[in-house]
Write a protein that binds this ligand. Structure first.
Ligand code: ATP
Length: 267
């Protein structure tokens, strides 16, 4: 069910351009005039052909990269630097291999100045929430890929982010684990009340998770269309409307992938 849209967006992307200018190489126009809002507590999925600037957008919302034009406003404030209120999770869980899972989760809290005893308490609470309560003192390489990704979620959630960004978080997982992780993510999304922006290449994942799907054009990425998913959760995969969404996204993406290939060939 879609949530009510409140007055102030959680994330507001206003006419955002991004040109990468790598030293000694031709500049790359990654995004052009990108514009959309994310409501508080909304689950937005970003779908688009490879290289259209989806990851670039997440880095900029996270404050790890600046915009070349336009602005990104989170909770009324322009993004100028990273903040604990905006968490970013990558495809491979970026945990410190030498720390236990509990210490990995507690690490970010130490930067926030939380006292050691409280850090441990929060880490235990978060790891229990993601079903890793009996793995506290394991090192990352003792965990499966899905468990590591859940630990990365616990670490991000411990910071109580208002916005959680996920860059193809389940792409490296097998189909069954991926489906479980999607259920798990919907559960922590509901519990945390955070807004989520998730990048995926999977149309089924987009339909399974999103309140709205933002479809990007081929590079330079612009908003091609925004599609609200008007189906109950869990999404009824046998419902004819599910298949209508599927066909629509397949067509939208195919058109952009064709365009990207045609431009590459012409270049
Ligand atoms: N650090 C960087 N320096 C220079 N160019 C970059 C950098 N990061 C990304 N780019 C370029 O910007 C464009 C957009 O890349 P980005 O990774 O954001 O796309 P994407 O939509 O996430 O792609 P994919 O779906 O394949 O992960 C690409 O042409 C890429 O080569």
């Amino acid at each position: 069910m879609n949530r009510p849209i409140s007055a102030r967006p959680s994330v507001s992307i206003k006419a955002v351009d991004k040109i990468w200018t790598p030293e000694g190489r031709t500049p790359v126009e990654a995004l052009r005039g990108l514009e959309f809002d994310v409501a508080p507590g909304e689950f937005v999925v970003l779908l688009g052909p490879s290289g259209c600037g989806k990851s670039t957008l997440l880095y900029m919302i996270a404050g790890l990269e600046g915009v070349s034009g336009g602005s990104i406003v989170c909770d009324g404030l322009p993004v100028t630097e990273p903040s604990a209120e905006r968490g970013l999770i990558f495809q491979e869980a970026s945990l410190f291999p030498w720390l236990t899972i509990a210490d990995n989760v507690a690490f970010g809290l130490s930067i926030q100045g939380v006292l050691p005893v409280r850090r441990r308490e929060i880490a235990i609470e978060m790891l229990k929430r993601v079903g890793l309560g009996d793995m506290l003192d394991k090192k990352p390489d003792e965990l499966s890929g899905g468990m590591r990704q859940r630990a990365a979620c616990a670490r991000a959630l411990a910071m109580k982010p208002k916005v959680l960004m996920m860059d193809e978080p389940f792409a490296a997982l097998d189909v069954q684990t991926r489906s479980r992780m999607q259920d798990f993510l919907l559960q922590i999304w509901r519990d945390s009340g955070a807004s989520i922006l998730l990048v995926t290449h999977s149309i089924d994942e987009a339909i399974a998770l999103a309140d709205r799907v933002v479809v990007f054009t081929a590079r330079p990425g612009r908003v091609k269309t925004i599609v609200p998913i008007d189906l109950p959760r869990p999404r009824p995969t046998r419902d004819p409307r599910y298949h209508e969404y599927r066909d629509m996204f397949t067509e939208l993406l195919a058109a952009e992938v064709d365009r990207a290939f045609a431009e590459q060939e012409a270049a």
